[in-house]
Each structure stands twice: as C-alpha cells, then as structure tokens.
Design a protein around this ligand. Structure first.
Ligand SMILES: Nc1ncnc2c1ncn2[C@@H]1O[C@H](COP(=O)(O)OP(=O)(O)OP(=O)(O)O)[C@@H](O)[C@H]1O
Ligand SMILES: [Mg+2]
Length: 309
C-alpha cells in the first residue's frame, strides 16, 4: 500500500467528482477502486501527527470488529493518511430524516440495530465516544424498515477511560460533564445515553438550549448548567409520556428512553439490557415493572387510574 492517490494515471482510487463530506478529522470522498471497480468511501485525514494518530486508531478499531451494523474497513496506507471504507449509499441519519421524517417503527429499528452494534463494541472493551446522527449512516430504507452502519471510531477508546472528555458535547452523557468535578470513570453507558438522545430528538425533538452555541454545548459547562440541560431532557421525556395519556398503549421505545436517558449511569441500562427490553408496543398494565424512574412511574400510576384500571 502507498500514499493515497485519488487522481492521475497511477491512482489506485478515482474520486466520483462529488463534493467530499467534511468531518472534524478530514474529508470523505466517494471513490472507485480502479482495479476491482468497487465503490468505496475514502476518509482522508488531516496531514499532521494528530491526523495520523486518529487514522491509526480508527484502523485499529475497525480491524477488531466484524459486524453487519459496523462500517467495514477495506484498505489504508502505511503513512496513515487515509482509510478506504465500504460505501454507504443512504447518507447520515439526519440526511435521511431530512428527506422524509422517520416513522416510529424506523426509529425503533434504528435503536435496536445501534444497540446491537454497541453491545458488540462494548463486549470488546471499546467505547465509541461519539455516537451522534452524523456517525450513524443509513444503508437501506424501505417498507418502514431500515439498516444502519455505525461509523467514525476516531474518538473510540479501549481500556482505561480517557483523561479528558472527547466527542460531541450535545450528545455527551451527564457523567462526562460531572467528570470535571467527580473524576469518576465512565463506561459504554455514555454511548447508550447518546443513542437515547438521538431517538428522542428524531421522534419528539429536544428542548431548547439557550446556552448552546450552534449544535455544540461547552464541555467546560459548570455543574449547574449541565444539570439544567439534562433536567430539561428529563422534562421533555415526561411531557411525551403525558401526551400518550389518552391512549391505552404507549410506544415501548418511549418507556425505554427513560432507562437509556437515566442521568445516573448506575441506573441507566447497558446496551445489552436496553436491547433485551425493547420490544414492540405493549399494553399499559405491563409497563410498570419496567425500569423507569420514580416520577415516570407515578405518571404511569396516574394514567392507570385515569384509564379506570
Ligand atoms: N462509509 C461511508 N460512506 C458514505 N459516506 C460516509 C462514509 N463514512 C463517512 N461518510 C460521510 O462523511 C462524514 C464524516 O465522516 P466521519 O464521521 O467518519 O468523519 P469525521 O471527520 O471523523 O467526522 P466528525 O469528527 O465530524 O464526527 C459522515 O458524516 C458521512 O456524511
Ligand atoms: Mg463523524
């Protein structure tokens, strides 16, 4: 393997001419492998020591995995300037949602698939650290169903957890903010939080966050500020639950979100547990034994009474 060449007579890959997608680590091109004709995505990293380090990390993790919902690495160069990945046609979760808003069932399928991928990743001792809509790609979407690929292991870690927060603050779990104060280690449950937040965002929207700058929240946020944001998310969940008060069935995904978006990581579901719990819509009277916080439980009790149960 050699340094990537995207143009010219000896090029191993030829770009499609489409504008590359730009991420924080570099650019992603649609390209064709000249020899095999295979279409792939070339992720070209910024040329720097940091870029090479990120590229190495991404290769290391992707080679560890073999899973239908995790992007496959096809090639890389010895100078660590690029990786060639299987091409995903459907774009990111946000792009697909922008084309046609996802149905409840589609979001549920997406959550189940990502949970399965996360369970697999976590079973290898790895935390993804940057689960967000731009890092979940839609491979296929038809008949109310979709398949996904988890991408971007540029912030992934294995072993001792990192010394400082990394990833995207908007989707960062409360314990990452709390780390500034408590220094308590976090686990793969931070990925579960991020996925819960994505589902909440796609289905019901997220609360306004006046202090967020664009799509970003500062990691340096003080404790009160982080608590305000995470409290607003809990309130949003409870609003949604009340919205279903007139119905005798509640989407189980909504109930599940209480456990995925539990602020205390000790009480939050792991990817494995969340996956085990998530089934199709269930009857109201079967909901109470499921993991949910006290306030949500009392809302349920009110609803049961209201429904004459
Ligand atoms: N395999 C792929 N097939 C098609 N498009 C892809 C593929 N991988 C990445 N992309 C596109 O490129 C974008 C950036 O990719 P990726 O997240 O891997 O890069 P990044 O620089 O690490 O991003 P960031 O740091 O901003 O999260 C994705 O959001 C997606 O739009
Ligand atoms: Mg990314």
């Amino acid at each position: 393997m050699s340094t990537i060449e995207l143009e010219g007579r000896k090029a191993k890959y030829i770009t499609s001419g489409d504008e590359p997608s730009s991420g924080g680590q570099g650019d992603v091109y649609k390209a064709t492998d000249r020899k095999t004709g295979e279409i792939c995505a070339i992720k070209k990293f910024v040329k720097s020591a940091k870029g090479a380090k990120t590229c190495r990390r991404e290769i290391e993790f992707l080679h560890l995995f073999s899973h239908a919902s995790i992007i496959r690495c096809l090639d890389h160069d010895t100078a660590y300037t690029f990786v060639a990945l299987e091409w995903v046609e459907g774009g990111t979760l946000n792009e697909q949602h922008g084309l046609t808003a996802f149905t409840h069932r589609e979001v549920e399928t997406m959550v189940l698939d990502v949970l399965e991928a996360l369970q697999y990743v976590h079973s290898h001792g790895v935390i993804h650290h940057d689960v967000k809509p731009a890092n979940i790609m839609v491979a296929t979407r038809a008949d109310d169903n979709l398949t996904i690929k988890l991408i971007d292991f540029g912030f992934a870690t294995r072993g001792p957890h990192p010394k400082r927060p990394a990833g995207t603050p908007r989707y960062a779990a409360p314990e990452i903010f709390a780390y500034q104060i408590s220094s308590e280690a976090w686990s793969g449950k931070i990925d579960v939080w991020a996925l819960g937040l994505i589902a909440l965002e796609l289905l019901y929207g997220l609360p306004e966050n006046p202090q967020a700058t664009g799509n970003r929240l500062p990691f340096q946020a003080d404790d009160a500020y982080a608590k305000g944001w995470h409290g607003a998310i809990q309130t949003q969940l409870k609003h949604m639950l009340k919205f279903y008060v007139l119905s005798s069935t509640i989407p189980e995904l909504l109930v599940e979100l209480f456990s995925m978006l539990e602020v205390d990581p000790k009480l939050r579901f792991s990817a494995r547990k969340a996956r085990m719990h998530l089934h199709r819509d269930i009857e109201l009277e079967n909901l109470l034994p499921m993991g949910m916080d006290h306030q949500a439980e009392s809302i349920f009790e009110d609803m049961m009474e209201w429904n004459g149960n």
